[in-house]
Ligand binder design. Structure first.
Ligand code: GDP
Ligand code: MG
Length: 412
């Protein structure tokens, strides 16, 4: 009996042990299954995110130019600039772990740069609108403010007409009015970009891309070209510079400095009054030999000899067509934002004769006429491809209408 009792005791202990073992095994199996499920979910989510990320740019072979994993910039304070910039990135669907210091830095610059434009515009607008619903009178005020910010008559008319229509249909609160205004402004800026079929301008791999920078003296062509060289070589495009502004002796030297900074070679001809087309000819030869992705061409911009200038540009284009018929040529008009409506006039006359494909707006830092970007989109019908907000090598980025409009209408 005792033995039996003992063995019962033993068996129950054994059972308990086995039960525990089984439970542990089950638990382990369940854990493993759960982990697998989690991993699968994560993989699916990643795939979905990637799809999302590429869906907009699916017609592009390449991603927009950016400073890849640049860690030269130091993280600043956790302040209002940081918060605003992070919010703008979040609103575009960026995940917390995808935000870079560089992006924060740029958005901070952009918002500060547009401060002067905002001062005579948004601050007043917000004061006038307050929290009250929009009225026909506040629309008249808005109209004046938009014109004053160099937004242009056409764009202003469009925006005011849409707002008036909305106002006739429903009560529009102040905050909602601003939101609607932002959407309308974005529509205007995005229209030529959509029409071009390219959301971003980036060199197409496997071909020679030639970007001509044109525009009158002093708008920032050479500086912009230097920044572009840096941006594109940082984005792993093999880049070369052609110094085809042969009128200004200093232009070649200025370009060489930029070339050194970004580690990009400059093709030039030092003899006075060298033929710009001949410089481009040499540069294309070098670009082909070196298998370059992008050739950036600096051009002269003397307005008083405009006809010559146009002849010169078409001669450069003929050379490119002849030597590299399958090259992708972009003629980018460089415009100084601080010149406001004056710059717009230049843009129109250039657009007529120079067969432009895009615009680059410079000097948005400290200009009170940043609104002119809207007029460029609406009245000259050019997609804005890059914007510059400073004299430094990193003060140029691909244009992003969302960020631009947010910075233009930022509240503080
Ligand atoms: N503040 C500011 N100055 C700029 C910007 N881009 C160019 N500049 C300045 O504008 C001046 C003329 O530039 P430059 O590139 O020589 O013009 P170009 O004659 O069209 O080639 C120079 O002093 C540049 O430093 C910008 O985005 N912001
Ligand atoms: Mg120049």
């Amino acid at each position: 009996m005792t033995d039996l009792d003992n063995s019962r005791e033993w068996a129950s202990q054994a059972f308990a042990i086995l039960k525990k073992q089984q439970a542990e095994q089950k638990e382990a199996e369940q854990k493993e299954a759960e982990q697998k499920e989690a991993e699968q979910k994560e993989a699916e989510q990643k795939e979905a995110e990637q799809k999302e990320e590429y869906s907009d740019t699916s017609n592009l072979k390449n991603k927009p130019l950016s400073f890849n994993n640049d860690n030269e910039v130091e993280l600043g304070e956790f302040d209002d600039d940081f918060t605003w910039s992070a919010m703008v990135l979040a609103a575009q669907g960026k995940k917390i772990n995808q935000i870079s210091i560089d992006e924060i830095d740029w958005l901070t610059k952009l918002r500060r740069g547009l401060e002067e434009t905002r001062k005579g515009f948004v601050t007043e607008l917000l004061d006038k609108l307050g929290d009250d619903p929009l009225t026909p009178e506040s629309l008249d005020d808005l109209e004046t403010l938009l014109i004053r910010a160099d937004v242009g008559i056409d764009s202003t008319d469009k925006v005011i007409a849409s707002l008036r229509k909305k106002l006739n249909e429903e009560v529009v609160g102040g905050e909602e009015g601003i939101k609607f205004l932002k959407e309308e402004l974005r529509l205007i800026i995005d229209k030529p970009i959509k029409n071009s079929g390219k959301k971003f301008l980036a060199p197409e791999k496997g071909k020679l891309n030639v970007w001509l920078l044109v525009g009158v003296n002093g708008v920032g062509k050479t500086t912009t070209l230097g920044k572009l060289a840096y941006l594109s070589s940082r984005s792993n495009y093999k880049t070369l510079i052609a110094a085809a502004d042969t009128f200004r002796a200093a232009a070649v030297e200025q370009l060489k400095v930029w070339g050194e900074r970004s580690n990009v070679d400059v093709i030039s001809n030092q003899s006075p009054n060298a033929d710009p087309a001949a410089v481009v000819f040499d540069a294309i030869n070098s670009a082909k030999k070196r298998n370059c992705d992008l050739l950036l061409v600096d051009t002269a911009g003397r307005l008083q000899t405009k006809n010559n200038l146009m002849d010169e540009l078409s001669k450069i284009k003929r050379i490119i067509d002849k030597k590299v018929p399958d090259a992708i040529v972009e003629s980018l008009l460089v415009l100084d934002a601080s010149q406001g409506q004056n710059g717009l006039k230049q843009a129109k006359s250039f657009a007529k004769s120079a067969n432009l494909s895009g615009a680059i707006i410079t000097k948005l830092d400290g200009s009170s006429r940043g609104g002119v970007s809207l007029a460029v989109s609406a009245e000259v019908n050019l997609p804005i491809r890059f914007i510059g907000a400073g004299e430094g090598i990193k003060d140029l980025r691909p244009f992003n209408s969302f960020e631009f409009v947010e910075a233009l209408l930022a509240e503080r």
